[in-house]
Design a protein around this ligand. Structure first.
Ligand SMILES: [Zn+2]
Length: 472
């Protein structure tokens, strides 16, 4: 068996997985509601002979599909949730398919389907007896709420994996050897007393006042946090009408920091601020914890394997039509952001869809501003992630331009490249168990003293799940 044969198998799968990705892109569903994508992927995998375990943790759309027997167990993480309000056709100008509808502006239709493509190819090798072990694809819901994998982790479905691979659509081919931020998502609610705002304001206790005072407290807190921490918020309920003293109000916060200790410290302060705001306004307060994910642990052994495969089997260049499309799309983007990305990657001005590979070893130990629940899995098993070029330099995810380009042949090219690299690296791990042992030894060292502990206790349930049992 040579890696060239594996590339041939992937090539043959390209039409099926390309159609699957575009089918999911055309049927976007937001977090915890991704039934279309979950069912479509399960169908392809079960038709190919994979064993499916679904509804993990009671979540309708969470599943894994496995093939083969025994070790090593190599997993690939997939996602498929879309974002609200980012509906867009593949045209290079703003053109929503459904006004205010959801859209795949983070490219998770590509993210999940690349994993499906990789495991379908690896299945052929295991089926032909060329390598031994088990491959597993995880269909993970709700990455955008940063909690799907946390609930899956609580069910133990990642525990017996030996190594795990994943990726994310981007604007260049990068080994992601840097960390992501730990994050807590929490809603604070205030409960007051309604009253006629003009006739009897003295009888009212405003929950909205409490939300506003809480935000003032949070703003003062910002100065006393360590560098790099962030607090974002939106007011998700501010009352019904100005002439009614609002008796219910809600504010939703994301707290981010370099590690879990930092965000949990911030959370303690935020609870105190909520109590203070309630005391000041004569209201009461309650809260709902929605997500609490780790920062990312990286793994040099797996990163090096990924990079070697990227260099040995590079991305094909983009066609002149694809470059022309990208050039039109970029006209709607901020030139400063485009220039900043170009300088960071040291690209020529005309290299708008870069096929070069980047692995900057000096990035290890640094933290990028975003967060992901993939990080939870990185505390359970050795994990590596790459990014590939699925759109032109300057494209921001969570914007309509990303929905557009991720629905074209440019997005698909990046997806097939990601599938190729994950399949090649998984093949290396299946063929050379010593590499698995090396990745695991590194993981044991980097996670030493801090075994995985889910950030959500059993009182927190994923949306749509039912409490399994009630104590009598
Ligand atoms: Zn994403």
């Amino acid at each position: 068996m040579s890696k060239k044969e594996l590339l041939g198998i992937l090539q043959n799968l390209g039409n099926v997985t390309g159609s699957l990705a575009l089918d999911i892109w055309q049927n976007p569903q937001i977090a915890y509601e991704e039934t279309y994508a979950s069912e479509a992927q399960k169908e392809v995998l079960s038709d190919a002979g994979f064993r499916i375990t679904d509804k993990i943790g009671g979540m309708q759309t969470a599943f894994y599909a496995e093939y083969g027997q025994g070790g090593p167990v190599i997993g690939i993480l997939g996602e498929f949730d879309a974002l609200p309000g980012l509906s867009q056709s593949s045209k290079p100008y703003k053109d929503p398919v459904t006004v205010n509808g959801p859209g795949h502006a983070c490219g998770h239709h590509l993210l999940g389907t690349a994993g499906v493509e990789a495991v379908l190819a690896l299945k052929e090798l295991i089926g032909q007896g060329k390598v031994n072990g088990t491959i597993r694809y995880y269909g993970c819901p709700a990455e955008e709420l940063l909690s799907g994998k946390t609930f899956m982790a609580k069910e133990g479905v990642f525990d017996d994996m030996d190594c795990c691979l994943t990726w994310h659509p981007g604007t260049s081919n990068v080994v992601q050897n840097y960390s992501t931020q730990a994050m807590i998502s929490i809603k604070f609610r205030f409960h007051g007393v309604p009253a006629h705002a003009a006739g009897a304001p003295h009888a009212g206790r405003s929950a909205l006042d409490a939300v506003e005072i809480m935000n003032i407290g949070a703003n003062y807190l910002r100065e006393h946090l360590v560098d790099g921490t962030r607090i974002h918020y939106s007011i998700t309920n501010g009352g019904q009408a100005p002439n009614i003293v609002p008796n219910e109000a809600e504010v939703w916060y994301y707290l981010r920091g370099a590690n879990r200790d930092q965000v949990e410290d911030m959370l303690g302060r935020m609870h105190d601020i909520a109590k203070g705001a309630a005391l000041i306004t004569g209201t009461t307060t309650s809260h709902e914890l929605l997500a609490n994910c780790y920062h990312m642990l990286t793994n040099d052994t797996l990163d090096t394997l990924n990079y070697r495969n990227m260099e040995d089997y590079p991305m094909e260049s983009f066609t002149s039509d694809e470059v022309a499309y990208a050039a039109i799309l970029r006209k709607s983007m901020d030139p400063k952001l485009i220039e900043a990305s170009r300088l960071q990657l040291q690209l020529d001005t005309n290299d708008i869809l870069p096929t070069k590979n980047f692995y900057d070893t000096s990035m290890k130990g640094t933290t990028m501003p975003g967060s992901t629940d993939v990080a939870d899995v990185s505390w359970i098993t050795p994990l590596a992630s790459i990014q590939t070029t699925c759109g032109p330099i300057g494209t921001q995810v969570h914007a309509w331009q990303a929905t557009a380009v991720f629905g074209t042949s440019i997005g698909l090219k990046g997806m097939h490249y990601a599938a190729r690299i994950m399949a090649l690296t998984a093949y290396d791990l299946l063929a050379e168990p010593a590499l698995v042992e090396q990745a695991k030894a590194e993981f044991t060292e980097s996670s030493a003293g801090s075994p995985f502990k889910a950030g959500l206790d059993d009182s927190v349930l994923a949306p749509g799940t039912e409490r399994k049992e009630q104590l009598i």
